[in-house]
Design a protein around this ligand. Sequence first.
Ligand code: ATP
Ligand code: MG
Length: 422
Amino acid sequence: MKTSNLLLATQRETPSDAETKSHQLMIKAGLIRQVASGIYNWLPLGVKVLRKVENIVRREMDKSGAQEILMPMVQPGELWKESGRWQQYGKELLIFKDRHKREFCLGPTHEEIITNLCRNDIRSHKQLPVTFYQIQTKFRDEIRPRFGVLRSREFIMKDAYSFDLSEEEMNHSYNNMREAYKRIFDSMGLDYRIVKADSGAIGGSDSEEFHVLSDTGEDLLAFSDKSDYAINADLLIEALSDQDSESLEGQPSPDGKGNLKLTRGIEVGHIFKLGRKYSESMKLTLQVDKRTIFPEMGCYGIGISRIVAAAIEQNHDDKGIIWPDAISPYEVVLVEINPKGDKALKSLCSQLYNSLKDKGHEVLWDDREQSPGVKFSDMELIGIPRMVILGEKSFKDNQVEFKIRGEEKISRLAPEEIEDKL
Ligand code: ATP
Ligand code: MG
């Protein structure tokens, strides 16, 4: 892609209503634009990152054996009445009527739809275990949308649902998903932590959250300095009712190993053992040896759009974003510094651009007639990990300059050597 053909909507001013770094940088780098409170347009650079995140998630879901489906965003009220959640879910559920006065909601999650699908289309217990997933838009009428796409009303989620014949097998499906989640967050290069999120029993493993560690995170996490014990601090405070978060700083860990430490996190994933809640309320049954059984379910969410912001919270400096390789919109940017419009230099840019593209690299070519200062600050702001500078001086020596985002050092190379660097 040439920047002259790209909607490169960078801006220098920091938006006054953006409190977090990721929100500021997503606006300044031209990744998103607000349409209404908690509702956003994604611009071309933003969509590129979103697709990278989606593709990593899709790759690992497929590898785990889950099958991709696509369920509707608009969901009939009847199904929610069957599960009992029409009344329970609260004001985050956006409800409306169609022209026939039938009640619908915009899907904040899809347990009802998937349970309905399975009770119609799974005919034999031999079809279990099975896990389905989708990558789709969700709507939750959040009371306080904030921090850009970190807490929006409309957002993209990967949600998966597993169905098993026994609790033991459900545990297996759950662990399979847990491993897939680890591979997902590892390959995105994120610093994350898995914490217990079960309100029932501390030490139980019914629900776990994946948190990207960040000071701006809304959740407080408590973890032992000597073991794997880690929990959403809210739950610990609930269980130890006389405590507040202050008093947790240094307390002995509930597992008896080491002392508790606190940190902040952004919840990017949540895995949950649902058990028979939906199969029983919605009467999803299967026959096994003349016995009627209700399958054991699990559900597993990942905030695709939230990950984009969470990754920026962890990867930026005062010049802008520094994308981890796996989710960067482009691998490398060629910055052409050619104020006199030198034809030979232009043709070198064009050759390098085409040869890298032919070899399958994702290349951005900043071919705009802008000052070097503007080009460098734009490219640093949008965070492409590698920059090749093609300017008159080095060109005279048949060389180009190479710089890694976030590092000061500039090295000189022959244009043919760039491919090796990528
Ligand atoms: P939170 O505690 O942040 O409100 P949640 O527990 O309600 O999230 P889940 O129902 O577990 O969220 O949804 C699965 C994933 O979807 C979350 O882990 C998160 O990454 C993402 N997510 C949930 N709500 C939002 C939102 N309002 N904006 C962006 N992403 C969200
Ligand atoms: Mg959650």
